[in-house]
Structures are given as structure tokens and as C-alpha cells.
Design a protein around this ligand. Structure first.
Ligand code: GLC
Length: 549
């Protein structure tokens, strides 16, 4: 079993929205430094910051123009060095985000390719062709074709994401060497780990062909050389003992076992997203359906048990800068805001894996509730708004979909206090603050013992106190009951049973006779008056209850 990061918790910061120190309406590195004591207070071990490198910011930094320079909007290299130092002082390890599937088209390599240098054209995928002969029918993940034509070169280039994000050719050894240099540079600076952006799409097929069944993803997802490339990158940069997490797009359990099994010497853990697609209709993110709770449970069972059997390791998470807020999505932010946010937290933090908390999640921050397209900034949301209209949706329908699905829902400014702009900035923030910041903010919640913040703190503490949480085995219970996510964790003589009512109604679950002797370890209802009624346990709306042997 892999225990290296089993008792650790990672906190993710989206710097542009975390804390503005210089009054320009955008967060920055000095802002992060100001809030390190807040993070220390929460009890986290690692701080992952999304990219702060030089970038035209078409995709908010996931379009890197220079991996060795800091975007002036976020600060300077001196600020970055200070952030690393200040993190180390507090025993918080800094994790940087490596966007290695693509570079910005502003990157010098791409610019030299455009200027006609063959050597740099081989850093990317350029294909000869006429303007009306797109090389394949592959689709960009942000909508439209994955190919863009460059008239001056009479060539097309591949971009699986935005047109300003050109895919790198990992089959070219020079590209791999360049990327290793980037890792070594940051490792030497004292960074403690890396998150690898969409790392499972880096290995493209030798021959590019039309996908007659889909959008092309089956040709490059977990591609044929991906494991080989990862092993080489890790070995040649000496990062096998650091925390490394790969973001895996449309991946499989089998591949994630290989990516994260320590014997393979690839990564420490993976983000997979299947459990966050249970509210997509037929795989379409831009649809509106209620989350399928049974599907959610089956996915957790499959991934938790599958990783456990094969010595893989999960990153546990609900939220990040690409996902709508979980309390709005699977909880009830109106009627049971606090209860449902806590239940959702416990549901993943008590599982087997390394938990990740995305900024503001620990406060129960909600979706943005924007009502006008002018309020959105995200490139994907703006693209899809047009696509939805072109598919015949009305403006109201398209806005309703964005209000539930847009990535901007998670990118709103961090709600620090009840002051102007939620205490995020003195200036108008780059993206609007949700109206609820007077009730939902860090200043208030850090003072309250029963706040969502305090509950997250307790979850982090418990993972450090109890081996049964960090290292125990997991077995799912109540498998046929869609309303409750329940599991048993066990380690030597220790045992914990975790129940999570996924619904807003009262439900009952079966009790085993021996559980009656167990005591309550954690719950989200202040009184214990409930719950055991004969052979049954009654769970109140969104109740989470952990019983310990
Ligand atoms: C990842 C990032 C996302 C970005 C995309 C392209 O999915 O999390 O924000 O847009 O990769 O780099």
C-alpha cells in the first residue's frame, strides 16, 4: 500500500481569484503569501497553485508563453522565491502546475515554428494541407475543430484546447528534454511537487485519421507512449519521491492504476473525472439533468475498490477551477447549505486517497448565479454560449445552462470577509463576487465552531490522527441504496463506518447489531438525538455520520 501521501491534504489556489495585494482587481503571489497563515490554520500540507507563468491568459495561465518567467500580473520571480520560502517556513509544500500538453501560441517555440523554422515546427503537430482540407475531424475540447490553418505556412496545427494552445509533440526527444529542464529548474528552486495538466493526452498516434465514432479522443487518450514518457520524465528529473498528481482526461481505471502504482514509478496519484459527469446527459456537459446518485455510488465503488486491489492511489476531490461548486451541484445551497456542504466534504475526505480542497470549498462557497453573458470571462463558457445559441437554444436557456455548468462558477473571488468585494480586493474584481459573501466568508467561519470551515479542519485533523482513515482498507455498504453513500474503513483493530445521506429527505439504513456499540466520531447535526431505531438507522437530510468501533 502506498502511504507516502495518505495522511496529507492538498489545498488548491486559483491565484487570479485568491487575494489581490496591489489593488488591481486580480489576485497575485503576494496575496497568496498574505494568506498562508490562514491555510496553515486549516491544517493543509501542500499548496497547489494553478499556473502563474508568463501567459497571454486566454485560458487564465493554462496557455504558457514561458515556463521560466512569472506573469507580471501575478508578481515577479522574487515574489515566487518568497512564496516558496514562506511556504517552507510553515511546512507547507508548494506544488506547481505544469502545462506540458501544449504551449501558448505566444511561446517562442511556436513563434519560431510560425516563422518557418522546421526544427520548431517539429515541436508541434503541423500538417501540410489546403485551407479547405482539415487533416481530421477531431474536435477541440473547447468547441470547434481541433485544427487551425496557418496560411503563410500552408499548414494546419493541432490544438486539443483553445486555438492559442498548440499541442506539443512528445514523440520529439527535444521536446521531452526541454520539459525536463523546466522540472529541474523549479525543483531546484525548492518546489515540493507538481501537478501535470491533462497529462494523459500527450501521446498522439503516429497516423492521424478521422474518428468515425467520436471527436478523436480515443486516438490520444491514455495514448500508446504515455506511460513510457511519464517514466522517462520522472526518472530523468528525479521526482519519484515528490508529490505528483496527473490530471487525467476521460481516462480508465486500468491506466490510473498504472499511473499511480508506486512500482511503475510514474506519479503519486491521479485526478479522474468520471464521478463528476453523473449530471451530464449522454456525456454532454452542456445539458441539465439531476445527478444520478446510483451512478455516482457505482463510480466510487469501482475506483476506490479497483485502486485498492491494485495498489493504485486516488486523489479525492469534488471541486477545482474547472468544476461548478459542489454544494450548488449535489447539495442544497438554499435549504440545507451547511449540512449538505459538510456531508459532501465527509463523503470524500473519509475515503481512501489524498484529499484536495479547492479555495472557498471549505467555506461552502456556491455557484456565481450570473444572469447575463457579460458577467462571464471563461473562454470555454463564451465559446459554448455561442454554440448553444447556434444549436437553437434561446438566450435564457443558454444562460441557464452556463449558470449551472460554467467554469466561472468556481473562479469567483475568494470570500474573505463581509467587507467590500468580499475582502478580496479594493478594486472591482475581474470576475463578480457572488451576492452571498456577507453570510459566507472566511472571517465569519473561522470564528464559528460549527462552521463548514471548522468541519473541514476537523476532517484534516482526523486524517492525521487516525490510520484507519489514512491507511485503512475500504469496503462499500448499502450498495443497492441510491440515497446513501456508505462504507467501512478498517485498519488492524480499528474500524469506522461512514454514512452519507445524499438526499434532502430522511432515509433509513440497515444497522448491523455490533454497530450499536460504536460511538459517534463525526457528524453534521449538532444533537445526537436521532438515529438508531431498532435495526434501523435514521439519517436526516444530508446527514453524514461516522461511527467508530
Ligand atoms: C486542464 C485545466 C483547465 C485547462 C485545460 C487546458 O483541464 O484544468 O483549466 O483549461 O487543462 O490546459
Amino acid at each position: 500500500m502506498r502511504a507516502d501521501f495518505a495522511d496529507k491534504v492538498v489545498y488548491q489556489v486559483y491565484p487570479k481569484s485568491f487575494k489581490d495585494s496591489n489593488g488591481d482587481g486580480e489576485g497575485d503571489i503576494q496575496g497568496m503569501i498574505q494568506k498562508l497563515d490562514y491555510l496553515k490554520g486549516l491544517g493543509i500540507d501542500y499548496l497547489w497553485t494553478t499556473p502563474v507563468f508568463l501567459s497571454p491568459m486566454n485560458d487564465n495561465g493554462y496557455d504558457v508563453a514561458d515556463y521560466y518567467k512569472i506573469n507580471p500580473q501575478f508578481g515577479t520571480m522574487a515574489d515566487m522565491d518568497m512564496l516558496i520560502r514562506e511556504c517552507n517556513k510553515r511546512e507547507i509544500g508548494l506544488i506547481l502546475d505544469m502545462v506540458f500538453n501544449h504551449t501558448s501560441t505566444d511561446h517562442e517555440w511556436f513563434q519560431r515554428a510560425l516563422a518557418g523554422e522546421k526544427e520548431y515546427q517539429d515541436y508541434y503537430f503541423f500538417k501540410d494541407g489546403k485551407p479547405d482540407e482539415v487533416p481530421t475531424n477531431w474536435q477541440s475540447k473547447f468547441g470547434g475543430s481541433a485544427w487551425e490553418y496557418v496560411p503563410s505556412l500552408e499548414k494546419w496545427y493541432l490544438h486539443l484546447y483553445d486555438v492559442s494552445q498548440a499541442d506539443l509533440n512528445w514523440e520529439n526527444p527535444k521536446v521531452r528534454e526541454e520539459l525536463k529542464k523546466v522540472i529541474r529548474f523549479w525543483k531546484e528552486k525548492g518546489v515540493k511537487g507538481f501537478r501535470f495538466d491533462v497529462i494523459n493526452v500527450i501521446s498522439k498516434p503516429e497516423i492521424f485519421e478521422n474518428d468515425l465514432e467520436g471527436d478523436g479522443r480515443r486516438f490520444y487518450t491514455d495514448g500508446s507512449h504515455v506511460h513510457e514518457h511519464l517514466k522517462e520524465l520522472v526518472a530523468d528529473t528525479g521526482i519519484e519521491d515528490m508529490i505528483t498528481v496527473g490530471e487525467m482526461s476521460s481516462t480508465s481505471l486500468e491506466n490510473c492504476i498504472r499511473y499511480s502504482n508506486p512500482e511503475e514509478k510514474e506519479l503519486s496519484m491521479c485526478f479522474s473525472f468520471h464521478h463528476l459527469k453523473v449530471d451530464y446527459k449522454d456525456g454532454d456537459k452542456w445539458s441539465l439533468i439531476e445527478p444520478d446518485r446510483m451512478a455516482l455510488k457505482k463510480l466510487f465503488e469501482k475506483w476506490q475498490e479497483g485502486m485498492q486491489q491494485n495498489n493504485g492511489w486516488n486523489a479525492l476531490f469534488w471541486c477545482n477551477h474547472d468544476q461548478p461548486r459542489i454544494v450548488s451541484r449535489m447539495g442544497d445551497e438554499n435549504r440545507c447549505w451547511k449540512e449538505s456542504a459538510k456531508m459532501l466534504a465527509a463523503a470524500v475526505h473519509m475515503m481512501r486517497g489524498t484529499p484536495y480542497i479547492y479555495q472557498g470549498e471549505e467555506l461552502g462557497m456556491t455557484n456565481a448565479h450570473y444572469t447575463d453573458i457579460s458577467q462571464y470571462r471563461d473562454v470555454e463558457s463564451l465559446n459554448y454560449y455561442e454554440i448553444l445559441l447556434s444549436q437553437g437554444k434561446t438566450k435564457e436557456e443558454a444562460l441557464k445552462i452556463l449558470a449551472s455548468k460554467s467554469r466561472d462558477n468556481s473562479r469567483t473571488p475568494m470570500q474573505w470577509s463581509a467587507e467590500k468585494n468580499a475582502g478580496f480586493s479594493d478594486a472591482d474584481p475581474w470576475l463578480g463576487v457572488p451576492e452571498n459573501y456577507k453570510e459566507i466568508n472566511a472571517e465569519k467561519e473561522t470564528k464559528e465552531t460549527d462552521s463548514i470551515y471548522s468541519f473541514y479542519r476537523r476532517l484534516i485533523e482526523l486524517r492525521k490522527e487516525k490510520k484507519v482513515i489514512s491507511e485503512g482498507s475500504i469496503e462499500f455498504l448499502e450498495r443497492e441504496n441510491a440515497d446513501v453513500l456508505a462504507y467501512k474503513r478498517a485498519y488492524e483493530k480499528e474500524e469506522i463506518i461512514v454514512f452519507n445521506n445524499l438526499t434532502g429527505k430522511e432515509i433509513t439504513v440497515q444497522m448491523q447489531p455490533e454497530w450499536k456499540e460504536y460511538h459517534k466520531l463525526l457528524g453534521n447535526y449538532p444533537d445526537d438525538s436521532a438515529n438508531i431505531d431498532g435495526e434501523k438507522l435514521v439519517l436526516r437530510p444530508y446527514e453524514t455520520l461516522s461511527l467508530e468501533a
